[in-house]
Design a protein around this ligand. Structure first.
Ligand SMILES: Cc1cc2nc3c(=O)[nH]c(=O)nc-3n(C[C@H](O)[C@H](O)[C@H](O)COP(=O)(O)O)c2cc1C
Length: 393
C-alpha cells in the first residue's frame, strides 16, 4: 500500500507518504524565501516522498508566529521568490504544497510588529499577549488574505495549499468551543472556516488542491466529529489529522522525554539568561508542565483518523508517531487512513522513504527527543540534533 499510486484532488502522488508541515526557520525578517529555503526543498524533493508540505507561512504580518525565520506569502511581490522554490522541487520530480496560516492570539506584538488578534479578547494562557477581539471588518480582511495568499501560491507554482486549521492557530480558535464564545454569526464554530474555503475557491478556482490540517482533542471528541462532518460538505481535497494546540505543544509532537535544559535556554516563554532562574524554573514550573504532557506512543493520532474515516469519504492523512514501514503499512492496509505524513523522521533522515523502499521493516532513527521542536524558538534553522547534540551551536 505504501508505494501505491494515489490522488489528492487532481494531484497525483507516487506513494502514500507525505512530508508533514515542518517549520524551517530559513526565511528573512520579511518572510522572504531565499536560497537556503529553495535549496532545502530541492534536496527534500530528491527523496521520493509522495508530496511535501512546507512549514506554515503567514498570510498577513499580523498573523505571523513568534518563531524567527518564518515564511510569509502575504504580498504579490513574493511570487517570484516562491517560484524559485517550486521550480527547484519540480526539477527534482517532487510535489510541493504550501501550508498557510494566521496565528490569531498565538503570537506576540513583538513578532507581528502590530496587533495581536483574537476570536475574543481572552489571552492564550501560554502566549500571554492581550489580543484585540476581531470585528467583522478585520475578519473580512483576514479571509481576503487567505484567498490572496492561496492565489499567490498557485501563481508561484505550488501544487496545492494546506490550511493550517490545527494547533490552536486562528482557524482552530474559531473551531474550538472553549475559545469561541462569540455571540455573532462567527459564534457558529465553522462559519469562519466556511468563508475562508469559499473565498479560496472563488478566487483560486475549484481545481487547485486544497488540504486542511485539523486537531483532535481527547476532551472534545464530539466537536472533532462535528468538524469532520462539516468538512465532508466542503470543497476540500484532503483532511490531515493532528492533535492539540500550542498551549501544550509537546502533546502535538509527543516525545519520550522533556528537554528541560533546552527549553529553559530557548523557549519563547520560559527562556532566561540567568542560571538561577533557569534552575528555579526547572525545579518549580517544569513539574507542573510535565503533568500536562501525554507520553509518546506509536501512531498516536490513528484512533482519531479512524473516527474521521467513518464520517467522510474525503482522503484522510494521519500524522503523529509513525516510525516504521510496518506501522505505516498496517494503518494503510487496514484503511484506517489513506496517507501517512511524517515530520520528525524526515528531519532525522530525509531519505527515510528511500530506506523504506529498500526494506519495508525499516525503523526511523528519530529518538523523539524534541530538541528540533524546542529549537524552533531559536534563531537557528530547524534541524535534527540527534547524534550531534551541539544545540548551543
Ligand atoms: C520542528 C517541528 C516543526 C513543526 N512545524 C509545523 C508547522 O509549521 N506546521 C504544522 O502544521 N505542524 C508543524 N509541526 C508538527 C508536525 O507537522 C507533526 O504534526 C508532528 O510533529 C507529529 O508528527 P511526527 O510524529 O511525524 O513528528 C512541527 C513539528 C516539529 C517537530
Amino acid at each position: 500500500m505504501i508505494f501505491s499510486f494515489a490522488k489528492i484532488g487532481n494531484l497525483a502522488l507516487e506513494n502514500r507518504l507525505i512530508r508533514a508541515a515542518t517549520f524551517e526557520g530559513l526565511c528573512d525578517q520579511k518572510g522572504n524565501p531565499g536560497k537556503a529555503y529553495a535549496e532545502f526543498y530541492g534536496y527534500l524533493a530528491k527523496q521520493e516522498i509522495g508530496a511535501i508540505i512546507t512549514g506554515f507561512a503567514f498570510v498577513e504580518k499580523e498573523g505571523r508566529a513568534v518563531h524567527p525565520g518564518q515564511a510569509g506569502i502575504d504580498e504579490i511581490d513574493k511570487i517570484p521568490l516562491f517560484q524559485n522554490v517550486t521550480d527547484r522541487v519540480h526539477q527534482e520530480g517532487g510535489k510541493i504544497i504550501l501550508q498557510i496560516a494566521h496565528t490569531g492570539r498565538q503570537t506576540s506584538s513583538k513578532a507581528t510588529g502590530g496587533k495581536v488578534w483574537g476570536v475574543s479578547g481572552k489571552k492564550s494562557p501560554y502566549f500571554q499577549s492581550e489580543p484585540q477581539m476581531l470585528d467583522h471588518d478585520k475578519i473580512t480582511e483576514i479571509i481576503h488574505h487567505f484567498a490572496m495568499s492561496s492565489c499567490y501560491a498557485r501563481e508561484a507554482g505550488f501544487d496545492g495549499i494546506q490550511l493550517h486549521g490545527a494547533h490552536g492557530y486562528l482557524i482552530h480558535q474559531f473551531l474550538d468551543p472553549k475559545i469561541n464564545r462569540r455571540a455573532d454569526i462567527f459564534g457558529n464554530r465553522t462559519e469562519f472556516l466556511h468563508r475562508v474555503i469559499a473565498a479560496i475557491r472563488e478566487k483560486c478556482g475549484v481545481d487547485f488542491p486544497l488540504l486542511i490540517k485539523i486537531s483532535a482533542d481527547e476532551k472534545d471528541r464530539k466537536g472533532f466529529r462535528k468538524t469532520i462532518a462539516f468538512l465532508d460538505t466542503q470543497p476540500v481535497d484532503a483532511i490531515e489529522i493532528s492533535y492539540g494546540s500550542m498551549e501544550n505543544a509537546l502533546n502535538i509532537f509527543r516525545g519520550k522525554s522533556l528537554p528541560l535544559d533546552i527549553i529553559s535556554l530557548y523557549n519563547f516563554r520560559y527562556r532566561s539568561e540567568n542560571p538561577v532562574r533557569r534552575w528555579l524554573w526547572k525545579k518549580l514550573a517544569a513539574p507542573v508542565l510535565s503533568r500536562k504532557i501525554i507520553a509518546f506512543s506509536p501512531t498516536y493520532n490513528l484512533e482519531y483518523a479512524k473516527i474521521a474515516r467513518e464520517l467522510t469519504s474525503k482522503p484522510i492523512i494521519c500524522v503523529g508517531g509513525f516510525r516504521s514501514g510496518t506501522e505505516i503499512e498496517h494503518a494503510l492496509s487496514k484503511r484506517d487512513t489513506d496517507f501517512v505524513s511524517l515530520c520528525r523522521p524526515l528531519l532525522c533522515e530525509p531519505d527515510f522513504v528511500k530506506k523504506l523502499k529498500k526494506d519495508i521493516r525499516y525503523r526511523s532513527k528519530c529518538q523523539d527527543c524534541n530538541i528540533c521542536a524546542v529549537m524552533c524558538d531559536s534563531e537557528f534553522a530547524t534541524r535534527c540534533y540527534h547524534g550531534h547534540e551541539d544545540w548551543n551551536h
